[in-house]
Design a protein around this ligand. Structure first.
Ligand SMILES: NC(=O)c1ccc[n+]([C@@H]2O[C@H](COP(=O)([O-])OP(=O)(O)OC[C@H]3O[C@@H](n4cnc5c(N)ncnc54)[C@H](O)[C@@H]3O)[C@@H](O)[C@H]2O)c1
Length: 256
């Protein structure tokens, strides 16, 4: 018996086996779910190869969250494999590392900021809107954030995009609640993924976790984060929505 037995789950944003989305797909399958994964553009070829490393090779769908046609055809693509969805994981973010991150806050150009907000925050709403017809009462949307209640070194405009994501999640909780659909986020500590390695100065953040997280923190272990995402997808959080669950070794609760 797994906590996701019989559930149909789409994990959007899997590139490498280091992706949080990959770990989530793995734990979800181990917990009994039927999983579909998605990615976009040139990375799609990598996703197709990486998908074979999961316990069960899942269907790989093409989804660029900034492409309205992709969002419109998503339900049709999903229905080729399953007749509905009980959960959707938004594991997607992008901000141009050369112009927006690593000490570029004061010079970040609007076009790049707009792209970061589109891909990393607005897309939680557009993805939820796209899959809403596939979901019913008890379904769950889960996204990934990096605590946006404070300003970090290096994270810069991605921090602003994450603040937008966190607010978007609360508004979605409001909107989707009427259909019995929950929307929550997991706020993870720093993890060595493709997206994180692209952030100049990310190692400074990682160093802080080494000294401050009371439980300690393994930045190469995506499983604790994936387990929390799966818990939020399951029936074990039936009355929780608009919430942010921290999976950071306790870092967020410490003053120093
Ligand atoms: N790695 C960390 O330290 C960390 C910490 C907290 C939160 N997060 C968040 O976790 C999520 C997953 O990131 P990750 O660290 O696993 O990195 P990752 O690079 O493995 O995953 C990011 C995914 O987003 C996809 N993506 C980017 N633009 C897209 C678009 N337009 N349409 C569809 N997909 C698109 C990428 O192809 C990739 O698969 C992100 O929201 C990230 O901000 C990461």
């Amino acid at each position: 018996m797994g906590i996701l037995d019989g559930k149909r789950i789409l994990v959007a944003g899997v590139t490498m086996d280091s992706s949080i989305g990959f770990a989530t797909a793995k734990v979800a399958q181990e917990q009994g779910a039927t999983v579909l994964i998605s990615n976009f553009g040139r990375a799609l070829g990598i996703t197709r190869r990486i998908a074979k490393r999961l316990p069960v090779e899942p269907p790989v769908l093409e989804l660029d969250v900034t492409d309205p046609e992709h969002l419109e055809r998503l339900p049709e693509l999903v229905r080729e494999h399953v007749d509905g969805l009980d959960g959707v994981v938004h594991s997607i973010a992008y901000g141009n590392p050369e112009t927006l991150l690593g000490g570029k806050f004061m010079t970040g150009p609007w076009e790049d900021v707009a792209q970061a907000v589109h891909v990393s925050a607005y897309s939680l709403a557009s993805l939820s809107r796209a899959v809403r017809p596939l979901m019913g009462p008890g379904s769950s949307v889960v996204g990934l954030t990096f605590d946006a209640t404070v300003a970090w070194p290096a994270y810069d405009w991605m921090g602003v995009a994450k603040a937008g994501l966190e607010s978007t999640s609360r508004y979605l909780a409001r909107e989707l609640g009427a259909d019995g659909i929950r929307c929550n986020l997991v706020s993870a500590g720093p993890l060595k993924t493709l997206a994180a390695k692209a952030i100049p100065g990310f190692s400074d953040l990682e160093a802080m976790w080494e000294t401050r997280a009371p439980l300690g923190w393994d930045n190469a272990d995506q499983t604790p984060t994936a387990k929390a995402v799966c818990a939020l997808l399951s029936d074990f959080f039936p009355a929780t929505t608009g919430e942010i669950v921290h999976v950071d070794g306790g870092f967020h609760a410490m003053g120093a």
